[in-house]
Design a protein around this ligand. Structure first.
Ligand code: UDP
Length: 329
């Protein structure tokens, strides 16, 4: 059974990935500084005999060197995440997302050349497409980032650099790397502090409202359940044909944010009202949103034989059930 390292393993997606890997019998080391990740996310796994938690930062090259030694697979999920966090602290975004990944790649090359180093999954993001106006985004589409004066684009830009690095190391050193671009991953354990819309709307609705929609609510997204996203990641890492390639990972069921608010309200309390807030009041003057974000997931489906399909209604039911249980604790 493979030995895995999951950076960011105490985070929302990371903790679900760790659980699934342990269920499959893998050995897992988690590296997390518990900044946006949280220890309670690991309640179900910390005492597992095949799980080790290392509290430390990926920005510390010594720690990275220690945890990389001897592993077969690295899932690199540690990053500065969330539109709000990125807008509030662009320096942290850039420094967390670029330099540590470069160090990680060097360590992987040292650990075994000519394809014998660990396999690496790079968690990238649909933010790399920026504000491309296309209906559906394919992996080979152009990246259309906004100006550097708007901090939001630092996130997509920093992840695009990571992707260039990953593919360059694959070509030059034959490192076995897979890049996944996540599209709005949601589910139990996701928190709203960093801007994520669904946990915020569910909390607002459970508190009696209003649910606060930014702008006119006509912006479009696709929401995938974290369980299916995690399965896609693991399948990709088991598939030889995925190596050296980039994959959109997400749902392709599009919904406007206004519809999303209405769906949540109808499930929680139909008396709750919607308020509309201009972007500048939510994120400051220099904020820019992405109007439409829908992936083409053909490549993923053809490569692993499946794609995220859980419908939005079932996802919302799951999240609302979890939120209610958390509040009852
Ligand atoms: N959004 C909103 N109210 C909130 C948080 C987000 O209307 O309290 C909107 C936001 O403007 C965006 C969409 O919901 O258009 C998704 O936001 P999120 O931060 O979850 O993800 P991303 O912007 O990265 O798609």
């Amino acid at each position: 059974m493979p030995r895995c390292l999951v950076t960011g393993g105490a985070g929302f997606i990371g903790s679900h990935l760790v659980e699934r890997l342990l269920e499959l019998g893998h050995e897992v080391t988690i590296l997390d500084d518990l900044s946006t990740g949280q220890r309670p996310n690991l309640d179900r796994v910390v005492s597992h005999p095949k799980c080790e938690l290392r509290v430390g930062s990926i920005t510390d090259p010594v720690v990275l060197g220690e945890v990389v030694r001897g592993v077969d697979v690295i899932y690199h999920l540690a990053a500065a995440v969330g539109v709000k966090l990125v807008a509030d602290d662009p320096v942290r975004t850039i420094e967390t997302n670029i330099y540590p990944f470069d160090v990680l790649l060097r360590l992987a090359v040292q650990g075994g050349n000519a394809g014998k180093g660990p396999r690496i999954f790079l968690a990238s993001t649909s933010e790399v497409y920026g504000k491309n106006p296309k209906e559906r985004w394919c992996e080979e589409d152009d990246l259309l980032l906004g100006p550097t004066s708007r901090p939001r684009w630092a996130y997509g830009c920093s992840k695009a650099i990571d992707e260039f690095l990953a593919l360059a190391y694959h070509r030059k050193y034959n490192l076995k790397i897979v890049v996944g671009r996540f599209f709005n991953v949601v589910g139990p354990r996701q928190v709203g502090h960093y801007g994520m819309v669904i946990p915020r709307f569910v909390d607002q609705a459970l508190d009696g409202g209003p649910v606060v929609v930014y702008d006119d609510g006509g912006q479009t997204r696709c929401f995938a359940h974290v369980r299916e996203v995690v399965d896609s990641i693991i399948r990709l890492m088991e598939t030889e044909a995925a190596v050296g390639r980039i994959f959109n990972i997400g749902s392709d069921e599009a919904v406007t944010i206004r519809q999303l608010a209405e769906e949540i309200i109808s499930r929680v309390d139909s008396k709750v009202k919607i308020d509309y807030l201009p972007y500048h009041r939510a994120y400051g003057e220099d904020f820019e949103d992405v109007r439409r974000r829908v992936p083409d997931v053909t490549r993923l489906a053809e490569t692993i034989g499946s794609k995220p399909v859980i419908p939005l209604g079932a996802i919302l039911d799951d999240i609302i059930r979890w939120k209610r249980a958390e509040r009852g604790k």
